[in-house]
Ligand binder design. Sequence first.
Ligand SMILES: Cc1cc2nc3c(=O)[nH]c(=O)nc-3n(C[C@H](O)[C@H](O)[C@H](O)COP(=O)(O)OP(=O)(O)OC[C@H]3O[C@@H](n4cnc5c(N)ncnc54)[C@H](O)[C@@H]3O)c2cc1C
Length: 421
Amino acid sequence: MAAVVSASLWRFVRSASCSVGRSRDLIFNRVQKRGIAACIDPSVGLTDEQKEFQKVAFDFAANEMAPHMARWDENEIFPVETMRKAAQLGFGGIYVQPDVGGSGLSRLDTSIIFEALSTGCASTTAYISIHNMCAWMIDTFGNDEQREKYCPDLCSMEKFASYCLTEPGSGSDAASLLTSAKLQGDHYVLNGSKAFISGGGDTDVYVVMCRTGGKGSKGISCVVVEKGTPGLGFGKKEKKVGWNSQPTRAVIFEDCAVPVTNRLGAEGQGFNIAMSGLNGGRINIASCSLGAAHASVLLARDHMRVRKQFGEPLANSQFLQFKLAEMATKLVASRLLVRQAAVALQENRADAVPLCSMAKLFATDECFAICNQALQIHGGYGYLKDYAVQQFVRDIRVHQILEGTNEVMRMIISRNLLTES
Ligand SMILES: Cc1cc2nc3c(=O)[nH]c(=O)nc-3n(C[C@H](O)[C@H](O)[C@H](O)COP(=O)(O)OP(=O)(O)OC[C@H]3O[C@@H](n4cnc5c(N)ncnc54)[C@H](O)[C@@H]3O)c2cc1C
C-alpha cells in the first residue's frame, strides 16, 4: 500500500534546489516519487475497498487539486468544475443514500476520503465537506419530495450548498440566533442575517436555521432557501487569512418568503438538525486537518533531507529528528481518534457526540501544530508563498474556530463527563 500513497503524494515532494529555486512550480512539478514511511501510512488497517477509494481520492488530490491549490488561493478561485469532477467520483454526497444519488458510504469512509483529498487542497476539500454535510441533512431530515428535489443535484454538485447557522450576534452561543421566520399562509417570511457563510453568494441551496418559535434551541427550525428567492441577499466577499478557494459572505434575509414545504423536519427541530449535521462536520473538518498535516510532514521530511546547514543535511540534527518524530506521532494519534469517532457516529453510539468533539479538538489543534512546525523546519523558505507548507498552515488555522470552536468542544466534552452518572 505504501507505493499507492507514495505515487499519490509525490507532487508534494519538492525538489532539492530549495536554496536556489523559488518557483512555486518546484513544489508540484518536479516529479520525485518517494516512499512514505509505514508508520504514518494512512492506508494501514483499512479494508481493500477503503484502500481503493482512498487511492482514487489521493490520485484526484495529486492530479486535479494540488497543481492548482496555490493559484486558487492567490486568485480566490472557487473551483466549481474541479469539484464537479470530484462529484463524478462520488465525493459530492459521500454519506448520502444511493437512491437520491449519494455514495452511501460510512463516516469512516468519508473521513478517509476527506483526509486524502485535503492533501491536494485543504480549503477546497473543507468546502466539499460542508456541502456533503448539507446534502446529508436534507437526505436525513427531508421528506421524500425534498430528498428527490435537492439531493441528486447536490450529489452531482450541479448545485452547491451552504450551511447557515452563525449570525453576527450568535457564534458560540448558536441557540441564541435571531433570524426570524414568521408563518404567513403557506410561507415563512425570513428576516435577519447570517455571518461567515461558506460558499455564500456562489451557492444555490441554503440550509438555514431560523427562529419560528420562542427563545432558545426549541424555537429554531431548519428551512431550505434557494438562490434567486426574492429577499435573499449577500454581503461582500470576506478577505481571509486562508480558505481562499471558497467564498465567505454574510447571507441576508429581507422579507424573504420561503414555502413551508421547504422546512426540514418538524417546527422546533432545527437546532437538533443543525447539531446532527455538525457532529459529522466535525469529523470531516478534522479529517481535512489530517490531510494537511500528512502532506506537511512529508514536505518537512524532504526539506530536512535536502537542505544543508553547518555542512550537513538538516536531517542529521537530532533536535529536528525529534521534532519530525513528534509531528508523525501527533498525526497518527489524531488519525486514530478521528477514525474512532467516525465509527462511533456511524454506530450511533452514546459516546459519539463527545468523541466527535474530542476528535475535532485534538486533531485540529495537533494538525495545526504539525503544519506550523513543518513551516518552521523550512526556515525562511517556509514563509514564502512559493512553498506549499504555508498554505496548509493558513488553510487549517480556521478549523480550530469553526464548526464549533475548540473551546466549545471542551464545553461539550466536560458537560458529558460531568452530567453522565
Ligand atoms: C472562514 C469561516 C467560515 C465559516 N463558515 C461558516 C458556515 O459555513 N456556516 C456557519 O454557520 N458558520 C460559519 N462560520 C462561523 C463559525 O462557526 C464561528 O466563527 C464560530 O462558531 C465562532 O463564533 P464567533 O466567531 O462568533 O466567536 P465567538 O462566539 O464570539 O467567540 C469568540 C471566542 O470566545 C470563545 N468563547 C465564547 N464563549 C466562550 C465561553 N463560554 N467559554 C470559553 N470560551 C468562549 C470562543 O471559543 C472564541 O475563541 C465560519 C467562520 C469562518 C471564520
